[in-house]
Design a protein around this ligand. Structure first.
Ligand SMILES: [Fe+2]
Ligand SMILES: [Fe+2]
Length: 261
């Protein structure tokens, strides 16, 4: 992910882990002076944003709803989300380009390919209620991830979360809730929304990652995140489960259908 260090034996950096842990914020120009471990974490986060969003161009998963959504209003809302997810990806690309001296660009592509295509939230949606649930549940996961990064230690990333990522993801999740609410107004729609939530609830919970992941503590130590995966997942469940139930939906048990516990 990073290019080889000129001196791989060098273990000390000008800016130490302790300094970052105790409140020193880092600019793009300073990133090369931080511990390599921190550089890896930051570049990994930025790559995730640059390469994780253009799945909206995938016809089977996402973009066909710009033509197939039920009403004109919905089709334009889908189009807006597509535009914003591409902005999301390009903001990640902009932040990566500030670090061109540090990064190995091999294999970085904005468009998902091959084996990773259907991981996580990348599942084909053939039914409108599934797309509504995908938007309501998985974009909301993004909100819970980003709300604790608004003041994170890497300054360009914190600014991107404040100005781009967090506001956009909140909007996407709100669109999804709107669509679910509309569906739940009729018996048929409620049944379709229920089937979709049964599928997407475990997928959304899985997106928070494994509870025992070792990397999560590094992110916290370097002030790039604040909560463990399980703490974040619990906060999500406490907020989102009652919201869905208020629509008349029955939310599956939190352990059903899960892959990453
Ligand atoms: Fe996004
Ligand atoms: Fe989104």
């Amino acid at each position: 992910m990073l290019i080889a260090s000129p001196d791989e034996t060098r273990t000390e950096s000008a800016i130490t882990e302790d300094e970052i842990a105790t409140g020193r914020d880092i600019t793009a120009a300073e990133l090369g002076d931080t511990p390599r471990e921190y550089q890896e974490l930051v570049v990994g986060l930025l790559r995730g944003h640059a390469a994780g969003e253009a799945f909206v161009l995938d016809k089977d998963i996402f973009s066909h709803w710009a033509a197939d959504a039920p009403r004109a209003e919905d089709r334009f809302m889908v189009l807006t989300t597509i535009k914003e997810e591409l902005e999301h990806a390009l903001e990640g690309w902009r932040l990566l380009r500030q670090l061109s001296d540090l990064i190995d660009w091999t294999d970085l592509s904005p468009v998902p390919s091959g084996g990773s295509r259907y991981e996580g939230f990348r599942h084909p949606t053939t039914e409108w209620a599934e797309f509504a649930a995908l938007s309501a549940l998985t974009d909301r996961v993004g909100c819970f991830q980003q709300e604790e990064q608004l003041d994170c230690s890497y300054v360009p990333y914190a600014e991107a979360v404040q100005k781009v990522y967090f506001p956009l993801e909140k909007g996407h999740a709100a669109r999804g809730r709107f669509w679910l609410r509309e569906l739940c107004k009729t018996d048929d729609g409620l049944a379709r929304a229920q089937a979709a939530v049964d599928v997407w609830w475990p997928r959304a919970l899985d997106m928070f990652g494994r509870s025992e992941s070792s990397r999560q503590h590094l992110y916290i130590q370097y002030r790039l995140k604040k909560r463990t995966n399980e703490e974040r997942r619990k906060a999500y469940i406490a907020t989102v489960r009652p919201e869905l139930e208020s629509l008349g939906l029955t939310v599956p048990d939190n352990s059903v259908g899960r892959q990453f516990i």
